[in-house]
Write a protein that binds this ligand. Structure first.
Ligand SMILES: [Zn+2]
Ligand SMILES: [Zn+2]
Length: 223
């Protein structure tokens, strides 16, 4: 279960205002499995294991679930809703508190959960070891209005290490190239002639996130 925060009564609609099945789809403990058992090799099929241990087969193409709620009522059951949220087919409303989501949200699925942003855009969330990170807190979350170079800076596999002070970092790119980025001079040894290449952007993000030492060489936690 997601952790409840007693101070979470706020400006925005509380999650309990949502229709019950949507609320259940977001908060109940469920696992969505996309390539196992009956769902193996079938991109439209998902197995949803509920907290009671019951397993239901969801077919996103036929829009069906085997559970009694879905079979006997004219509704979209919580299992189908959960699959839609977990696969990113349906964005999670932007004001839903991330910490209220089921802790296992998005585990087991090659997941591209989306949140509706309050500005109407859609932000991509990412998972760390199955834990959903709030895109607003996550410096690596890609936003729809990010510039292309910023998107690449966030998405690409780069390895940054501090080279020497002040502000020089070594960037190992996914392609195997090594560049030297100087965040104070705002220069980089890569061929990109843009004002700020993706390497400089990435180093900035990692400094802010405390993943590499700051330009003066101090460790992130030091003052
Ligand atoms: Zn169902
Ligand atoms: Zn560069």
């Amino acid at each position: 279960m997601a952790t409840q925060n007693p101070s979470a009564t706020t400006d925005r609609p509380e999650i309990s205002d949502l229709p019950d099945r949507t609320e259940a789809a977001l908060m109940e403990v469920m696992s969505v499995l996309d390539d196992i058992g009956l769902a193996r090799g079938a991109p439209d099929l998902y197995l949803v294991v509920s907290s009671s241990g019951a397993t239901y087969l969801v077919d996103t193409l036929e829009e069906t679930c085997e559970c009694p709620d879905d079979e006997h009522r004219e509704v979209t059951c919580k299992h189908r809703r959960r699959v839609a949220f977990v696969t990113g087919e349906r964005p999670i409303p932007g004001w839903v508190k991330r910490r209220k989501l089921d802790d296992g949200f998005g585990e087991h699925v090659d997941s591209e959960v989306r949140f509706s942003a309050t500005d109407g855009g859609v932000a991509q969330a990412r998972f760390d070891d199955g834990e959903l990170t709030d895109p607003e807190d996550d410096p690596f979350a890609v936003h729809s209005d990010d510039e292309d170079r910023t998107k690449r800076a966030k998405r690409e596999d780069m390895d940054i290490s501090f080279l020497e002070k002040p502000g020089r970092y070594e960037v190992h790119s996914a392609s195997g190239s090594v560049y030297e980025a100087d965040v104070l001079a705002e220069s980089c040894s890569c061929p990109d002639i843009a004002e700020r290449c993706k390497h400089l952007r990435r180093v900035d993000i990692e400094i802010r996130d405390g993943l590499v030492p700051r330009p003066d060489g101090r460790l992130p936690d030091a003052n």
